[in-house]
Design a protein around this ligand. Sequence first.
Ligand code: FO1
Length: 343
Amino acid sequence: MRITVLAGGTGGAKFLLGLRDHLRDAFPDGRGGTTAEVTVVGNTGDDIQLYGLQICPDLDTLMYTLGGGISAERGWGREHETFVVKEELAAYGMPSTWFGLGDRDTATHLVRTEMLRAGYPLSAVTEALCARWEPGVRLLPMTDDRVETHVVVDGERPGTTRAIHFQEWWIRHRAALPAREFVLVGGADAAPGPGVVEAITDADVVVLPPSNPVVSVGTILQVPGIRDAVRAARGPVVGVSPILGGAPVHGMADACLPAIGVATTAAAVARHYGARPSGGLLDGWLVHDGSGGVAGDAAAVAELDAGGITTRAVPLLMSDPAASAALAAATLALAATLAPGPL
Ligand code: FO1
């Protein structure tokens, strides 16, 4: 059973923890692991260069979360982290200390930057870092080429605009500056990373997890060749709504969707991804069923079904590992009912 997941940071990582737990039960290898193979195509649009270091937030969040090193409190960076270097940088008046550069995390960036300078591609670097963390999935950068998401916001003077790095928008401004446009700098010239296209086209199931549909999954789909690979996937493509009852559970997808003219609803995001029979990406879509005290979107099931996206309402709240595993199980269960192969 080969499953490929296009994932960003926190939301995607939580889903993958649940998928790994579910697969250990559903496809046990007799040694506490699983015979299933999970490949994660990770978003690198969040990447930023600071202090000469190449920092890959979503790859690191996925690696640390699945490798057991994530800060559970923050959802990013390392547990038992300290920020002494950051404090010292602030004491020197360095301008980018809005970015929470952790001391332990810095070792990851030093290894990555050293290997990149030696000529290793990001995919080889990521594989080397994962040798320590053993995430239990194959983690592939969406591209080995350098790309960065920048956000176009209003300029100082009325009628002008300026672009800032996604991380500055997200962290320093808490996504509060209205985003006029997201630009994947370098995206047009980027190629899918080694193994990415095959991991998508050859998978038994392709999953679009509840990562940010604009700056995470959306960014991955902007790498030339990846959207076509999803459309050509031999297995069914199933998405999980990141929007429950009109709001994201975490993250700030609601601050991103307006920039691409998509309403903050489970149905609008599904339509944005599109139905595979009519040129889109999705064969199946999961919406929240209203359990857990969070408004759901069962009302959207009929219209999405009619639009060619087989939709089910199930619990989408990943409130604990069991809930995440159940969501992963529901995702694979829906995939199992869908016709494999490109239409
Ligand atoms: N997110 C924050 O909200 N504040 C931070 O200071 C911060 C630092 C940071 C450092 C390393 C890293 O891998 C991730 C970090 N994040 C931080 C999360 C980062 O902004 C992610 O890109 C977002 O979570 C979106 O995926």
